[in-house]
Design a protein around this ligand. Structure first.
Ligand code: SF4
Length: 61
């Protein structure tokens, strides 16, 4: 599974990176991005980040 961020919605708050650093990072544009296949034991963290994103910009699939 991988995380996908709608960059047109992301406000760069960094919360998803704090919650799931194995799925998300802040890119050079200051916005979050999914950057790798999420390790199996970190998928729940990524899903939590998606649920808590203040602008609903994250999909994990
Ligand atoms: S939690 Fe949402 S708004 Fe905040 S950096 Fe991540 S994707 Fe962007």
């Amino acid at each position: 599974m991988k995380g996908y961020v709608d960059k047109s919605a992301c406000i760069g708050c960094g919360m998803c990176v704090d919650t799931a650093p194995d799925a998300f990072r802040i890119g050079e544009d200051g916005l979050a991005e999914g950057y790798q296949e999420i390790p199996a034991d970190k998928v729940d963290d990524a899903k939590e980040a998606a649920e808590n994103c203040p602008v609903g910009a994250i999909e994990v699939k």
